[in-house]
Design a protein around this ligand. Structure first.
Ligand code: ADP
Ligand code: MG
Length: 355
């Protein structure tokens, strides 16, 4: 009850906007469920948020996305892009169902995907984070430090999201934005997320999930669990359901695949990842088995990935295999992953200060 009251009070004191107050700029993305634009305020009020904005016009799933963003902003503000406001826009003359408008602060130009598709990766991230070059080890070890720093940020963001009771379900490089303001990666696109504490979007919409980054389990909640109870009941039940089903481990698989892609340049392309997924499936989702089949005949590119994960006694490989596992129950959670010895070494200085 308190939570809803608090939400109501916060709503009351926050600015509200209407459709005609925004000027749309460049289109940033277009999916099956919405279009995303860069935008600004037509007549910025004195106390209005900074004018560089992102606006998403969404279909029926916009309602869930607004809910998730409101929740995330209150509970774990720095994990996700800064959400400004969301509302339902009724079409002119009152016809049609209208669409949902969501507004965020513009965090920056680049997603993790943009960085990863460049030949410069991971050095292009290092310069973003540090501005100037530091006295770091060279070569593979340096790459490993940068990747380690990115992974720490992703897991940090996921940990606070999961601690809030939210499972993202669409974790992929395209949904990770680099925030120029905080010089860290933040999560975006909560359109497929589920809030287990209150049962919102509790029934998974399978078709919303990206098969390239999805864990092998078809359903995030076991099919035996009852359908979404009404909000107050769900609030009481959900910690138990969470323990039973470990829905957060779905995201852990996806973030494991991102780690894999960062380590192996050839798996960063769509076709590379799809081929890997096929191979892993053939190996019964056993990464060790996959390694045994590909390593003997690996080209220099794959070998480089194994070499990177083998540094410091293979702790990188150990972390990877603790996330990319067939059984959700056997996957590590975000908090434990952050405590993994892989993160014991000093990361990039600029970032350790940020967190
Ligand atoms: P979609 O449903 O189309 O995937 P997203 O929420 O992922 O929508 O946004 C699409 C794209 O818009 C992102 O890949 C990113 O490039 C850009 N974008 C989204 N939110 C922001 C933001 N807060 N700041 C900067 N760019 C953003
Ligand atoms: Mg997206």
């Amino acid at each position: 009850f308190d939570m809803f009251f608090l939400a109501f009070i916060q709503r009351l004191f926050r600015p509200s906007f209407r459709k005609d107050e925004f000027i749309l700029g460049k289109k940033l993305g277009e999916g099956a469920f919405g279009v995303v634009y860069r935008a600004s305020l037509a007549n910025a009020k004195p106390n209005a948020p900074k004018c560089d904005l992102v606006l998403k016009k969404a279909t029926e799933y916009g309602a869930v996305e607004i809910w998730m963003n409101e929740r995330a902003r209150r509970a774990c503000a720095n994990s996700c892009a800064d959400f400004v406001y969301g509302f339902r826009e009724r079409s002119a003359k009152g016809k049609g169902r209208g669409e949902y408008w969501l507004i965020w602060r513009f965090e920056g130009e680049d997603t993790l995907s943009d960085f990863m598709t460049s030949k410069e990766f991971p050095y292009n991230v290092e310069t973003k984070i540090l501005g100037e070059v530091q006295d770091l080890p060279k070569g593979l070890e340096r790459e490993n430090r940068i990747i380690q720093t990115i992974m720490r940020q992703l897991l940090f963001a996921l940990d606070s999201l999961h601690s809030t009771g939210i499972v993202h379900r669409d974790i992929k490089p395209q949904n990770i934005i680099f925030s120029e303001g905080s010089r860290t990666f933040k999560i975006i696109d909560l359109g497929a997320a589920a809030d287990l504490r209150v049962g919102i979007n509790y029934i998974p919409k399978e078709f919303l999930l990206d098969p390239r980054y999805s864990a092998p389990e078809q359903y995030i909640m076991s099919t035996q669990t009852p359908s979404a109870p009404s909000a107050p009941v769900a609030t009481a039940l959900s910690p138990v359901l969470w323990q039973m089903n470990l829905p957060d481990r779905f995201d852990m698989y996806s973030v494991g695949l991102i780690f894999l892609q960062m380590a192996f340049p050839s798996l960063r392309t769509d076709s590379g990842l799809i081929q890997f997924n096929r191979q892993l499936k053939r190996c019964g989702y056993d990464l060790e088995a996959w390694r045994k089949t590909v390593e003997p005949r690996a080209g220099s590119d794959l070998r480089k990935g194994f070499e990177l994960l083998n540094l410091d006694g293979g702790i990188g490989w150990d972390l990877l295999t603790s996330m990319v596992r067939y059984k959700a129950r056997q996957r590590t959670d975000a908090k434990s992953a952050l405590a993994h010895p892989y993160f014991n070494q000093e990361g990039l200085l600029g970032l350790s200060y940020m967190q």
